[in-house]
Design a protein around this ligand. Structure first.
Ligand SMILES: [Fe+2]
Ligand SMILES: [Fe+2]
Length: 502
């Protein structure tokens, strides 16, 4: 077994070596006292590589979330022990326990800087072990403060109960425990495992000598489970009932695809429909597009933006029209999408990828199409998921949607894209805008830029932080450090403000 103590090595130098060992089937043990940001980024990259190499990249978001929850639990358990020691309190004494835990929760949880300093000074550590066997990926996360019998009992009970729930929202409602919020991580882990087809015997938490251990086995031949919920069924019916694009739009799209089409003919056909005309002008003048000078009419728009762009604008405008007619208008989502389109354009500018602008413009505009259906079918549940994800610092809503509803807004969007015969790259970008590593080589950059622009817009509204960005995406786009990424973000934000003022 190869052992790496992260505090004592230069991670950048060892990265390739560790990864090589993991991929060749060696058992690798990684130790640290506190999971610093760069450790987590490293583990994320390693997991992505291992899963990709095992044909299991669809597990990436779930797997990383489970890993993160387990590591946080282990670190919190260590921090808790330390806190008792520092306060000369007996963790086995129930009067002490309640008093100190209350203090611990108020003072320590949430102040990770203090936790990090204290743990670095202590002898407490967390081990993360990983190995790929012929049949499984084996994970073991241990920390050297032993669970108390009462804690162990509570954990076991929670795990057993969690497996019996149908979905996460049900589990959350009936199990939310006031005494220790940490249990939530276990429930979430079980629900995520259940969703990907891992069985109860593959996930255990137990005491081994002086260690608390969480052990997980992921079979290499795993099949994603279909979760059926009432909300999901309603969503599927909704998608089925969505009207297709009106004939005049289909005709116009075909005309745009034909290089011999007369621009005047297309313009005349658009002008028959005043609201369509207005929508096209609005999009052609949006920050995601170009425009130094305002485009005043359809003929000018066609001259300036070209037929391919016109086709995409038609698709965006028609999608919105169908959605608005059918659902309560979610103008917030459209505003968000226009912002993402603008950020995409600035990212492409800076990365010298302007040739992809037409494609990324439309994927940015439509990436959250599925969210409109989700919000319309169950607003409360969707909002609850968004809050939960934000509070817990989970980087994507999609896995939570999957375990709570049985389908994510990305998948709903993909189904709509399919129904409306969108081009492959659009369907893929919509499907992968929260799980970019699942994209195909062919459409990778379009997906990555859409993904990054979406996160940038989230950062500008404080919904996300830079930690949400998958490092693999950055390196693929030749953004070689977080500093470079921040510079890119700043450039986009400034350009966005300028274009707005214009
Ligand atoms: Fe989204
Ligand atoms: Fe979005």
């Amino acid at each position: 077994m190869a052992l790496y103590e992260l505090q004592n090595i230069n991670l950048a130098e060892k990265r390739e070596e560790i990864l090589g060992k993991v991929l060749s089937g060696d058992q690798v043990k990684i130790s640290f006292s506190f999971p610093k940001k760069n450790y987590m980024a490293f583990l994320n990259g390693m997991i992505a590589n291992l899963l990709g190499d095992s044909d299991l990249i669809f597990l990436h978001e779930s797997f990383f979330t489970i890993l993160r929850e387990s590591l946080l639990n282990a670190v919190k358990a260590n921090a808790k022990r330390l806190y008792f020691e520092e306060h000369n309190a007996d963790i086995n004494n129930s009067a002490d326990y309640d008093r100190i835990m209350k203090k611990f929760r108020n003072e320590v949880i949430g102040d990770m800087v203090v936790v990090e300093e204290n743990l670095n000074r202590s002898k407490l550590f967390v081990n993360f072990m990983v190995q790929r066997s012929d049949t499984h990926i084996l994970l073991r996360i241990e920390n050297n403060s032993k669970m108390l019998p009462a804690e162990e009992e509570r954990v076991q009970k929670r795990i057993t109960q969690a497996w019996s729930f149908k979905d996460f929202s049900e589990a959350y409602d009936s199990m939310y425990d006031e005494t220790e919020g940490a249990g939530l991580g276990i429930i979430l882990t079980v629900m995520l495992l259940k969703n990907v087809g891992v069985t109860p015997s593959d996930y255990r938490i137990f005491v081994d000598k002086q260690m608390t251990v969480a052990a997980l086995r992921i079979p290499l031949l795993i099949k994603k489970q279909e979760m059926i919920t009432a909300v999901k069924e309603k969503i599927m019916r909704e998608i089925h009932l969505l009207p297709t694009f009106p004939q005049n739009i289909i005709d116009l799209q075909q005309m745009c695809e034909n290089p011999d089409s007369s621009i005047n003919l297309i313009a005349d056909k658009i002008k028959v429909d005043p609201s369509l005309t207005a929508d096209i002008l609005k999009l052609a003048n949006s920050a995601g597009f170009l425009s130094v000078r305002k485009i005043e009419n359809i003929n000018e728009a066609l001259m300036r933006i070209g037929l391919t762009n016109l086709k995409y604008i038609l698709i965006a405008a028609s999608s919105r029209k169908i959605m608005d007619a059918r659902y309560k208008q979610f103008s917030k989502i459209w505003t968000h999408s226009l912002d993402v389109a603008a950020y995409s354009r600035f990212i492409l500018n800076k990365l010298s990828l302007r040739r992809l602008q037409d494609k990324v413009f439309i994927t940015s505009l439509l990436h959250d199409l599925g969210k409109i259906v989700l919000l319309s079918v169950d607003l409360d549940l969707t909002n609850w998921i968004a809050d939960f994800v934000q509070q817990r610092g989970i980087r994507s809503t999609t896995i939570l949607e999957e375990v709570s509803i049985g389908i994510s807004h990305s998948t709903i969007g993909k189904l709509i894209a399919n129904k409306w015969n969108f081009a492959d790259f659009m369907e893929e970008a919509i499907a992968c805008h929260h799980a970019p590593l699942q994209s195909s080589d062919e459409n990778r950059i379009v997906v990555y830029v859409t993904y990054l622009a979406n996160i940038f817009v989230g950062i500008s509204s404080k919904k996300y932080t830079f930690d949400h960005i998958d490092p693999a995406v950055l390196s693929h786009l030749s953004i070689n450090s977080m500093k470079e990424c921040e510079n890119l973000y700043n450039y986009c934000t400034i350009s966005f403000k300028e274009s707005r003022d214009l």
